[in-house]
Every structure is written in C-alpha cells, then in structure tokens.
Write a protein that binds this ligand. Structure first.
Ligand code: HEM
Length: 403
C-alpha cells in the first residue's frame, strides 16, 4: 500500500489524493484561496499548479492557446509522455484536442446531445431508475452510490452508443480503471484504456461490416469532413470519450446529491412543496458538488498570477474550487435551491465546455425525482462509512442509506 507523506503546507505541497482532501477538499481549497498565493503548487504526482479562485480557473479554461488540452488527466507520467500501449494513435476527441481540429471534432458530436436528441432518453432513464429501486426498496436500506447512482449513466450511455447494456459492470470497471486507480498507477491506466479501445475497435469493425440504422457509431463512421470520411481513430476516440466522460461524472453528481438530500430533510420538503424548483435545484447541486477537475498543459513559459509557469507544466482546473469561491457566490458552502445568481462552472468554461450537459442534467433530475417519489424519507445509515473518490472526478462510492 502506498503511504502518503502528510501535507504541512498545501500552498506549496498540496496532495489531491490525501485521504482528508478526498473526504472534504473544501477547507484546504479555502486555506489556499485565502493565502498570499491562491495558485498553489505541488511536486506530487508529477507536479502541478492549482488555481483556487473562480476568475483564475475560468481564465485557464478560456485561454486555450496557452493552456492546451494535450493531457487532461490530473496526473501524468513522470517523464511527461503518455504511455504508448495499444491504440497509441487514438485520443478522446474533442476533449483531448486543441484548435483547429477541436472545432470539427466537437461540431460532429453536438447534434447527438441537443435537447431534442437527449429528450428521448428521459423515459428510458426513469424506467431504469424504477427498476433499480424495485430491487432494494423492500429491504429498507441500500447503497445510494453503488446500488443506484453508479448503475444509471453507464446504461444510458451504452444505450446511446448501441452497445450491450448487460456489460455495464465491465464498463464501470474500465472507467474506474482510467479515472480512479489509473491516476496513481500507470499499469492500471494502460490496461483499462486498452480494454476500452479494444472493445470499441471490435464495435467499429462490426458497424463497418454491418452498418446499422439509427446508430450513433454508424452515423459517426459515415460523417465527412472536407469531403473525406472521418478517420476511424476519431470514431474510436469519440466512443472512448463518451464512455469515460459520460459515466462517472454523472453518477458522481447523482451520488453526491443523494448524500446531500439524505442529510437535509428540509430540502426534500422544499422540492415536494414546490416542484417548479427542480431546474434550479439541479443547478445548485451541480454547483455545490461539481465533480470534475480537468488538467491543462502549459504551451510556453508564462507568468500567471505571479506564478512562473514553464512550458510542459500541468495546471489543474478544479471546477469544485471555482464553484465554492466566496467572491463569486454568496455563502458558497450552503446549498440554496433558489439562489439568485448561479453562474457555476461544473460543466467547465470556454471551448471545451461539456458537450453532454443536456443529457447530464436530464439524468440527474430524473434520478433524483424518481428516488424522492419512491423513497421520500431516508437518511445515511452510518456517515462514518461513506467513501468518496476524488482527484479527477469527485463523488460518493459507498453511501449506505436507510428508509
Ligand atoms: C454531471 C455530469 C457531467 C459533468 C459535471 C461534466 C463536466 C464536464 C467538464 C468540466 C468538461 C470540460 C472539460 C475540459 O475543459 O477539458 C466536460 C467536457 C465534455 N463532456 Fe461532460 N460532464 C458531465 C456529463 C457528461 C455526459 C453525460 C456526457 C456525454 C457523453 C459528457 C460529454 C462531454 C464531452 C464530449 C466533453 C468534451 C467537450 C469538448 O472538449 O469540446 N459529459 N464535461
């Protein structure tokens, strides 16, 4: 087991995998934000910078010519090179691309995520949520993270991609391999990535041999750019991204929101009394429990807020930190469903802003509404046994509740 040196000064030595930080990063973030250096630095995990103010994080997201998307995971290999492994030429467009390619990489997938396009997944999501609840409602207890939140987005994405939903547990294992264990263990990361791309290699080959009607992978394969069919690596990369970007992000949001609601009967009551609050409540839960931190690689030596950043340095964009900045949000640590101003950045900012936000919002709303309809009263069974994942994507992984 890896032992972690205790953090004495988070402004110069923060550790995003410190157990206390994983459990609750906000006191540390606030400590950094209030210090003389609100852009912290660490040598840990390959080294990185971490701005903590909303304005600085949004600036990093928007200045894409300086802060590139060459690597977007929060930890990198010590020599700065991504492992070659199998399928070395396949990335995760558009999230891994910079302009000018980013433009068409993103344009081709946007139609799949338009509000009308995702609306058809509402009843599938609701049926799925009800089926999951049927499995445990008579027990009077369940793990709101593992038995519920974690089960939903993976099946929705599998349906969207036209791949077998009964492989959901396998997909979940692969995603966790890339975004949890793989962040601190290169071998795990390479193996998980190889599994995902190997699977999509076969799916793409199958569609090439047997094109399907009304099928996302077939549609992508037939897409053209400047009169040319798009490269197969692009199609595999998009499938890779949809699985990785669309699954643990959304399940983490659902899980953290249920964890919150389990402890706040007054908020459950507020939603029962005023169902029109739902859209605002979803935004507020996204703000308060933003799951995603992304990284950028500095393109050239620059001074950013007094910090001497060098070409090749990694910068973390902690959207959870941005969303709790008191300069931007009044009482940022409180969940206020009817908050007047809520320009949160849970979905990022700038050219890479989440392409799947309509789907994510739909899933979050339907998952919480269905739970509250069926299980209006519930509480954490034992708060001390709740576990959180963090680093790249923050959310509950075990959160047992009783009802
Ligand atoms: C609550 C759930 C979600 C959250 C909080 C979230 C958050 C984010 C964030 C912060 C980014 C910006 C990345 C960057 O700047 O490097 C992003 C990008 C992206 N997300 Fe999401 N996401 C969620 C769900 C989804 C879903 C369900 C999908 C659908 C598959 C999806 C697809 C994407 C894609 C394709 C991009 C890349 C856009 C680009 O680079 O132009 N996301 N997401």
């Amino acid at each position: 087991m890896t032992t972690i040196d205790p953090v004495i000064d988070p402004t110069s030595d923060y550790d995003i995998f410190d157990p206390q930080y994983l459990l609750d990063p906000f006191p540390t973030i606030e400590q950094i934000r209030q210090s003389s250096c609100p852009v912290a630095h660490t040598e840990r995990w390959g080294g990185s910078w971490m701005p903590t103010r909303y304005a600085d994080i949004v600036a990093v997201a928007q200045e894409h010519d300086v802060f590139t998307s060459r690597q977007i995971l929060v930890t990198g290999p010590p020599d700065g090179q991504e492992p070659e492994g199998a399928y070395a030429g396949v990335a995760a467009p558009p999230i891994s691309s910079d302009p000018p390619e980013h433009h068409w990489h993103r344009r081709l997938i946007l139609p799949f995520f338009a509000p009308q396009a995702v609306a058809k997944y509402e009843h599938i999501t609701r049926d799925l949520c009800n089926e999951l609840i049927d499995r445990f409602i008579d027990n009077g207890e369940a793990d709101s993270a593992a038995d519920y939140a974690q089960q939903i987005p993976v099946r929705v994405i599998a349906t969207m991609l036209g791949v077998p939903t009964d492989m959901s547990d396998t997909f979940t294992g692969w995603v966790r391999g890339v975004r949890e264990a793989g962040l601190v263990d290169q071998e795990v990361r390479v193996a998980a990535r190889g599994n995902i791309l190997g699977f999509f290699f076969e799916q793409v080959a199958d569609r090439q041999a047997n094109p399907r009607e009304d099928d996302l992978i077939t549609t992508l394969l037939n897409s053209e750019i400047d009169g040319q069919k798009v490269p197969v690596e692009y199609v595999m990369g998009v499938c890779n991204l949809m699985l990785v970007a669309g699954v643990d992000t959304t399940w983490s949001s659902i899980g953290a929101s249920l964890w919150h609601l389990a402890q706040h009967p007054e908020h459950r009551q507020q939603l029962r009394d005023d169902p029109e609050l739902w859209p605002a409540a979803v935004e507020e839960l996204l703000r308060a429990y933003a799951p995603v931190t992304m990284a950028r690689i500095v393109d050239r030596d620059i001074d950013f807020q007094g910090c001497p950043m060098k070409a090749g340095d990694r910068v973390l964009m902690s959207f959870p930190a941005a969303n709790r900045d008191p300069e931007q949000f009044e009482n940022p640590n409180e969940v206020i469903f009817d908050r007047e101003h809520n320009r949160h950045v849970a979905f990022g900012a700038g050219i890479h802003r989440c392409a799947g936000s309509n789907l994510a919002r739909l899933e979050l709303r339907v998952a919480l509404q269905t739970w509250l309809e069926r299980i209006p009263e519930f509480e954490l069974a034992d708060p001390s046994t709740v576990t959180w994942a963090g680093g790249q994507v923050r959310g509950t992984r075990i959160a047992k509740v009783k009802f």
